[in-house]
Design a protein around this ligand. Structure first.
Ligand code: G1P
Length: 293
């Protein structure tokens, strides 16, 4: 019996270079999708998946983000999520109380693996989850919950996957493996940002992870990978080779928006705008007129 996963790490200290110049003034995770920042969707997903300890790996000079989160988590409860949130609570076992929020500073932007490593003392000797807020999903079941459901059956490591056009393989971590049940794949390899010719499949890591504490043995090595960065994918790949621990991927059920890209960000604004009843017809008709102009 594994312990429940109660902790999530959000790496929010990235430079956001693809969104300059706006990210010189606002952290990427504070960019709005309709009426709330990306980070709020990520927090909401974790909350609805039963998480109650929220760890943000941030940088100095991120007051805008910290102030927003401190308001969101007023009195150790989430205080201003959308009105529809109260209905969604049914998908959570019970209302989480006594939520804990903490910030860890990543002194240097050395990559995603480094950001997760910075949270090691907060994690301790427990399984934990990771959400990358720029990977946004419109899903009936929160994506992290989809992963946790498989984790409680299979144990070990579980990561979220989505098919991508193979020509985009250099933007993502790509996996190899074998289907073991509907949408669940037993992984045999992971490669960070391979060329399309070297990509073992079209299944990409899409920013959702449940990891065991043993991953820190591999992150401790601080090995530099592609782009000179300490890559989480490399640590997971080494872990998979050495440890005798199950490692699965779940093809996530939902509509995915890669908000790390400008096109994905604009599409997310349209899709989430259409989700709001009061905006629906105006946005819908605007899209229709664009088709004819
Ligand atoms: C990171 C990960 C990569 C993953 C991607 C998802 O890359 O390193 O494995 O596929 O997020 O968006 P980044 O977008 O930070 O370059």
């Amino acid at each position: 019996m594994v312990d429940e996963v109660k902790k999530v790490v959000f790496p929010v200290g990235g430079m956001g270079t693809r969104f300059l110049p706006i990210t010189s003034a606002i952290p990427k995770e504070m960019l709005p999708i309709v009426d709330r920042p990306l980070i709020e969707y990520a927090v909401r997903e974790a909350y609805l998946s039963g998480i109650n300890e929220f760890i943000f790996v941030t940088r100095e000079d991120r007051e805008i983000l910290e102030n927003y989160l401190n308001k969101l988590f007023k009195n150790n409860e989430i205080s201003f999520l959308p009105e529809s949130f109260s209905e969604d609570q049914n998908s959570c076992n019970s209302k989480q109380k006594n939520l804990s929020v903490s910030f860890v500073v990543q002194e240097q932007p050395l990559g995603l693996g480094h950001a997760i490593w910075c949270a090691r003392e907060r994690i301790g000797n427990e399984h934990f989850s990771v959400i990358l807020p720029d990977e946004l999903f419109l899903a009936n079941t929160p994506c992290l919950k989809q992963i946790l459901d498989i984790f409680y059956k299979q144990k070990g490591c579980v990561v979220g996957l989505n098919p991508i056009p193979i020509e985009q393989s250099q933007r993502y971590g790509i996996v190899d493996g074998q289907v073991v049940e509907d949408s669940v794949i037993k992984l045999s390899a992971l490669i960070e940002k391979p060329d399309p010719e070297n990509a073992p499949s079209n299944l990409a890591l899409v920013g959702r992870y449940v990891l065991p504490p043993e991953i820190f043995k591999y992150l401790d090595l601080q090995q530099r990978g592609i782009g000179g960065e300490i890559q989480l994918t490399d640590a997971m790949a080494n872990f998979l080779k050495v440890e005798n621990i199950p490692f699965h991927g779940v093809i996530l059920d939902g509509r995915r928006f890669d908000c790390g890209s400008k096109a994905g960000f604009v599409k997310a604004n349209l899709a989430f705008g259409l989700e709001q009843e009061e905006q629906y017809s105006e946005i819908f008709h605007y899209i229709e007129t664009m088709k004819t102009n």
